[in-house]
Design a protein around this ligand. Structure first.
Ligand SMILES: [Zn+2]
Length: 454
């Protein structure tokens, strides 16, 4: 087995296809057969629904209205008889309305920062903390962390689940925690040097900042002890990850999770399938539904992720609507794990457009454009109506070298993009070619859609 404590070893082993060299934290849970996983999920679902019905008035009332009792849950598909939970439920019952255990048993509270109105608060009893730290330990091992690693935290601690979640899980795996917290980049770099830090927990944009400040200070990342970057808190585009990996000489992964169902660690990226994340299926039942109807989509198709934590005691949540769009595949992974994998979330159902009855996501447009030579990643979708019918236009920005004076050539290029978009979106659209730099840039989240129908 390759020595994973050596810088670059995990990435090198993965790149060489030596996945057997990469350790697995909990083989029983992560490498069980699909039948074993489903049987365990059903057993836990039954118990979880009974626990929730008996202890949480809100769910009891909703289930009574729907005419469903805990005893009606006989198969995993019966989960569809249960009510959905939206973020608003956690807000409306703030602070303790969904709690299922007495406060004396709650060992920790966390909250997610609401941009509007009240935050949502969640509680954990000792059992929940155990499950959570176990999910994280599993997830960080997937990312190449091993017992004995020294992990430096660059997330802020506080009410947000990222800091403490990663802290407990890394400690559970057997790492030495260095709770540096957020801020003071030069101090972070000095600590990496002084303490021999091997793992950095950060947002990807902060990791890039640490990288750049280090370069300016003359710090040699290639000789640094730092081996692994664990990212979270914001989406990590593949290009950013690749850049940090090559400049800092580390392997970087990110994980998925949300405060409402636990925190980080719901799923994590392994080194074999880097666009996908293994779901901790013994703790979470997943569904992928059509965001408009709530009905399941076909196997492997894109839809909204709905999560039911299977052994969450302090604040049980049934069928939580994440509004995150993904697809889930169940084939075994090259890393040896058998747990289902979700594609990294790139868009939310809130971004979905319905064009003449067809669901269209900006990420689909992005995927098509990324496969076309001569266009930039900048685009804008404009939707309006004409004679009561929806119309969609996609403004596509050209690269300087693909500009041509020939009207015929440009028109043929435009039509070829329209054809490609129609093939994927299943609805026609007009493409407008825009000169280089013609699509407005923003420093924050790019605005891709202009819906003039409302
Ligand atoms: Zn894998």
């Amino acid at each position: 087995m390759a020595d994973m404590t050596v810088k670059g070893a995990a990435l090198a082993a993965a790149l060489a296809g030596n996945f057997a060299d990469l350790p697995i934290y909990d083989r029983r849970a992560e490498c069980a057969s699909r039948d074993e996983i489903r049987a365990l999920q059903l057993e836990k679902l039954k118990a979880q629904v009974a626990w929730t019905y008996e202890r949480v008035a809100w769910y009891r009332a909703r289930m009574d209205e729907l005419g469903v009792a805990p005893a009606d849950i006989q198969t995993l598909d019966d989960v569809r008889r249960l009510p959905f939970t939206d973020k608003s439920v956690l807000r409306d019952t703030f602070p303790y309305g969904l709690f299922a255990v007495p406060m004396e048993q709650v060992v920790e509270l966390h909250a997610s920062s609401g941009t509007t109105g009240k935050p949502i608060v969640v509680g954990y009893n000792a059992h929940d903390m155990d499950v959570w730290s176990d999910c994280i330990a599993r997830m960080v091992q997937m990312a190449g962390v091993v017992p004995g690693d020294r992990a430096q935290m660059a997330f802020g601690y506080g009410m947000f689940t990222g800091g403490f979640g990663l802290h407990y899980g890394l400690q559970k795996l057997g790492c030495t925690m260095i709770p540096a917290g957020s801020g003071n980049t030069e101090r972070h770099i000095a600590m990496i040097e002084d303490y021999g830090t091997t793992v950095l927990v950060a947002t990807p944009s902060y990791a890039l900042h640490v990288c750049e400040v280090g370069e300016k200070m003359g710090y040699d990342w290639e000789k640094s002890t730092l081996r692994v970057g664990l990212f979270g808190g914001e989406p990590c585009p593949p290009a950013l990850k690749a850049e940090i990996e090559s400049r800092m000489h580390i392997v970087c992964t990110d994980n998925y999770g949300l405060t409402e169902v636990m925190g980080p660690g719901v799923s994590g990226e392994c080194l074999a399938a880097r666009d996908m994340q293994h779901i901790a299926e013994d703790h979470f039942l997943w569904e992928v539904v059509d965001p408009a109807t709530g009905e399941p989509v076909g196997e492997g198709e894109v839809g909204e992720l709905v999560l039911t934590p299977l052994d969450k005691q302090a604040i049980p949540v049934l069928r939580y609507r994440t509004h995150d769009l993904t697809r889930v595949v169940c084939e075994p992974c090259r890393c040896g794990r058998t747990t289902a994998r979700m594609q990294k979330v790139r868009s939310r159902s809130d971004d979905m457009l319905i064009i003449r009855g067809t669901n269209v996501f900006p990420s689909q447009v992005e995927d098509v454009l990324s496969g076309i030579e001569g266009v930039t990643p900048h685009y804008r979708i404009v939707v309006d109506t004409q004679d009561g019918l929806d119309r969609m236009a996609v403004h596509v920005e050209l690269k300087p070298e693909s500009f041509s004076d020939s009207f015929e050539a440009m028109d043929a290029f435009r039509r070829s993009i329209e054809e490609k978009l129609k093939g994927v979106l299943l609805v026609g659209c007009k493409v407008r070619l825009v000169e280089p730099g013609g699509i407005e840039r923003t420093t924050g989240k790019a605005k891709h859609v202009e819906d003039l129908r409302k």
